[in-house]
Write a protein that binds this ligand. Structure first.
Ligand code: FRU
Length: 520
């Protein structure tokens, strides 16, 4: 359906109505990308957690589907909520859920039991317990059956972590071909530990190792993901990436939730981070995104290794329930392609918008170039609210400017403006949303965010910026730094303009594409 509400993302996924948080169960099967998501079946704040569902042929156009898992007892008498999890296509039917030759999609998710109860499986669970359960689908992910005769299949955390039974969640499952096993990663959220499990049949799991705490531990650890990526596009050489959500305790300068990752080796049972991926004293971390609004990042199962794609929830637990949107709350960030590149001695994670996003760009870009722009600002007129921008300029360390960048979704009098720029001295990119529009719903919202960014080999700074009605995603350089932030500007804030502060900026090129809406 066509969406016309104020702030409604026009090319990012959001549900027609009600609350969403984490993407979950991301699986590609038979030509369809499935996006399940944490969903309140009856409200615009967190609650009644169910699995919503959307499908896409190309990771760009989405169709919202009927709910996949509805909170048990909804409405009014909840006995089980369906928290975050993951899904695989069990093509060899190792779990035995397939029938009539149909490939089962199998989801592992966290069961949250609000009340103590005896389950159909005969298992007795405690009030507010979190356990891991199975559901499967025999109709291409459209309807799901919970495996009630056995659920939960992992009831309690193992010794010596039994006390963590109400902070035990977010199973991420994947196939490890080398060992011919299924691997599952779960979080012991409060104590900053992950458990790694293995299985032959998706039902019976054995603890293989544990990981953590390392690096950022400012809040609970949630939503782990673990996957291999080729280094420098060489299939012969790959490393593993471990992604961990943190709430609160996100990147410096943000308040609330954020996402960190580690790069290392995984042998089917144990993850060992590279020395240069770990920082002693839990002082810092590798930040997946330096902005305030990128959380619970999850990646697709079912794609070839070189096509790893990740989707994050474009919101923050600090103010998630207060953002001024209606009748929905929460949207997903653009699907990102991940890769690893060696820069100097270090393996660095790169993120790029999925290439299919280019299919909804206007046919031709508005192309601009300037040899030099003097200190001040330059109005580019009304550019709209759905944009894909590529901006580049020189940084040879002789710049007289202190900052250069672009303002988007500004009103013509500039009273509302969001600044995306580069600080020549600090070599950082930044997003400044202090005057971005409605910022008053939360005290911490009106703020500026920074990420490290060096010019490329060509001596130029490159920024790719995705602008939608209520969001920005900035990809710096080759994608070694990203910065995602929500904004809530007025309807009339459609202008764009450049700014150079403290002096002139040289050799600027700018391409501006309008993006078409994915909602028809
Ligand atoms: C992360 C999270 C997960 C949990 C889900 C509940 O945002 O807290 O740990 O499974 O949300 O909705």
């Amino acid at each position: 359906a066509k969406y016309t509400e104020p702030y409604r993302p026009q090319y990012h996924f959001s549900p027609a109505k009600y609350w969403t948080n984490d993407p979950a169960g991301l699986v590609y099967h038979d030509g369809t990308y499935h996006l399940y998501f944490q969903y309140n079946a009856g409200g615009i704040e967190w609650g009644n957690m169910s699995w919503g569902h959307a499908t896409s042929p190309d990771l760009t156009h989405w169709d919202e589907q009927p709910m996949a898992l509805l909170a048990r007892g909804f409405p009014g008498n909840l006995t089980e909520m369906f928290f975050t999890g993951s899904a695989v296509a069990d093509v060899n039917n190792t779990g035995g859920f397939g029938s009539d030759g149909k490939v089962p999609l199998v989801a592992l998710y966290t069961s949250y039991y609000p009340t103590a109860q005896t389950l159909p499986s005969g298992k007795v669970v405690r009030k507010e317990q979190q356990s891991q359960s199975i559901a499967y689908s025999l109709d291409e992910g459209m309807t799901w059956t919970t495996h009630d005769s056995a659920n939960p299949i992992i009831q309690d955390p193992p010794t010596p972590y039994e006390k963590q039974f109400s902070n035990f969640r977010d199973p991420f499952v994947f196939r490890h071909e080398e060992s011919q096993k299924w691997v599952l990663v779960t979080a012991l959220a409060e104590i900053h530990k992950l458990l790694i499990w293995t299985s032959d049949n998706l039902r019976d799991w054995t603890v293989a190792s544990e990981f953590g705490p390392v690096n950022a531990v400012g809040g609970v650890w949630e939503c782990p993901n673990l996957f291999p990526l080729a280094v420098d596009n060489s299939p012969a050489k790959s490393k593993w990436v471990l992604v961990i959500g943190l709430n609160p305790g996100g990147p410096p300068g943000t308040v609330g939730s954020g996402t960190q990752y580690l790069i290392g080796e995984f042998n089917g049972t144990t993850f060992v981070p590279d020395d240069d991926s770990v920082y002693p004293g839990n002082k810092t971390a590798n930040w997946m995104d330096y902005g305030p609004d990128y959380y619970a990042a999850a990646s697709y199962n079912g794609l070839p290794a070189e096509q790893r794609v990740q989707i994050g929830w474009m919101n923050n637990w600090q103010y998630g329930a207060k953002i001024p949107t209606s009748p929905w709350r929460g949207a997903m960030a653009s699907p990102r392609r991940l890769s690893l590149k060696t820069i100097g001695q270090k393996t660095v994670l790169l993120q790029q918008p999925h290439e299919n996003l280019k299919t909804i760009r206007s046919e031709r870009a508005k192309h601009y170039s300037w040899d030099s722009l003097p200190a001040g600002s330059k109005d580019l007129g009304s550019a709209g609210k759905q944009l894909d921008l590529e901006l580049s300029f020189a940084d040879d360390r002789t710049s007289k400017a202190t900052q250069f960048g672009i303002m988007v979704q500004t009103t013509s009098d500039l009273t509302q403006q969001t600044r995306i720029g580069y600080d020549f001295h600090a070599r950082q990119m930044f997003v400044d949303r202090r005057k971005s529009g409605n910022t008053t719903f939360d005290d911490t919202f009106a703020s500026e965010y920074r990420a490290p960014l060096a010019p490329g080999q060509d001596g130029r700074v490159h920024l790719r910026i995705l602008v939608d009605w209520s969001s920005l995603e900035v990809f710096g350089g080759d994608g070694e730094s990203t910065l995602t932030a929500q904004i809530f500007p007025d309807l009339s804030a459609t202008h764009a303009g450049l700014f150079s502060s403290g002096g002139s900026t040289e050799d600027i090129t700018l391409d501006v594409w309008e993006m078409s809406s994915i909602w028809k």
